[in-house]
Design a binder for this molecule. Structure first.
Ligand code: PEP
Ligand code: MN
Length: 339
């Protein structure tokens, strides 16, 4: 349910309304959508509550949201959400390029990669310090040292840092360094983590779970929003299907559908989506045309020697070519809008 606020409502009237909503234990999520101010009412509410709200002078109308995912839906907010991180815009008409290693292996390597990302127009550095590995015997990440190296690299090259947080216990530590929290596919439905990230005060890049439907994905995003954080970036990274020729199957339908159903930005991670270096470029470009607001790519100076995910990592040359092709694809996509 949400309130449509009267155009001429004063700030005092709006505040009174919001305070009342919050005093009843509901959350009040204020947005401006196509010039109309709306207040989302979060939590279950009764008919009599609706009647109480109608008594407030700021209220123009009250609308019900039919979907199970509510405040991430375009039914609540039609306008694209644009997330500003250190002046870089995610969503709307902007396109982002986020690249980096699967795992931070040492300081020198993340510094080198940060330089390459910057030189090729990327503004976001990704990299794992806490790694969710399928095998407990595989490299688990450098932990806090990795975070420190990555922060240093981001500061040196003026890049936005994105790294995974796997556990509620690590939010404070990871939050000390990162600009954006990444929630990995394996944790998409870790509701305790999602709730805590709702209160963490930094944007969250939410990866789609391996067997999550589009609805499950949006419901996971809804958790973060419902617990107080509206800055959620969706990331399609492929799902498990009967097809085993590739690591995962990128759901290009899902990219277009998510764009249609939700105002949140969405990016494509074709590295995990395909698991195969040669497929990263075509699938990334295809998903940008299908509606993605940017791309995440794993890169490595010498992919054969990477501690993790070497098979799907691009070397620097391939990344340079991809970055150029992304630019061209963005221009082409913009030209299609004029038709
Ligand atoms: C990653 O980004 O390195 C990662 C582990 O991704 P995912 O959670 O999509 O598997
Ligand atoms: Mn990886």
């Amino acid at each position: 349910m949400y309130v449509v606020v009267k155009k001429d409502a004063t700030p005092t009237e709006i505040n009174e309304l919001k305070q009342y909503i919050e005093s009843t234990g509901h959350g009040a999520l204020e947005v401006v959508d196509d010039g109309i101010r709306k207040i989302g009412i979060m939590g279950k509410s009764s008919i009599s509550f609706k009647e109480d709200l109608l008594k407030f002078s700021a209220v123009e109308d009250i609308k019900k949201i039919g979907k199970s995912f509510k405040f991430v839906s375009r039914e609540f907010k039609n306008e694209d959400t644009v997330i500003d991180v250190k002046g870089r815009k995610i969503g709307g008409t902007d396109m982002i390029l986020m690249a980096g290693p699967c795992s931070i292996e040492n300081k020198e390597m993340i510094m080198k990669i940060a330089k390459v990302v910057k030189e090729n127009g990327g503004e976001f550095l990704r990299g794992g310090a806490f790694k969710p590995r399928t095998s407990p015997y595989d490299f688990q990440g450098l932990g806090e040292d990795g975070l420190k190296y990555m922060r240093e690299a981001c500061d040196k090259y003026d890049l936005v840092m994105v790294t995974e947080v796997m556990d509620t216990k690590e939010i404070v530590l990871v939050g000390k360094y990162t600009d954006i929290f990444q929630v990995g596919a394996r944790n998409m439905q870790n509701f305790s983590l999602l709730k805590e990230l709702g209160k963490a005060g930094k944007p969250v890049l939410l990866k789609r779970g391996m067997s999550a439907t589009v609805k499950d994905f949006l419901m996971a995003a809804e958790y973060i929003v419902a617990f107080g954080n509206r800055e959620v970036i969706l990331c399609e990274r492929g799902i498990r299907t009967f097809e085993i020729a590739t690591r995962n199957t990128v759901d290009i339908n899902g990219v277009a559908l998510l764009k249609e159903k939700s105002h949140l930005p969405i990016i494509i991670d074709a590295s995990h989506g395909t698991g195969k270096r040669s497929l990263v470029e075509p699938v990334t470009l295809g998903c940008i045309l299908a509606g993605a607001d940017g791309a995440m790519v794993e890169i490595h100076e010498n992919p054969e020697c990477a501690f993790s995910d070497g098979d799907q990592s691009l070397d620097f040359k391939a990344f340079e070519i991809l970055a150029k092709k992304i630019e061209k694809t963005i221009e082409f996509k913009a030209s299609l809008k004029c038709l």
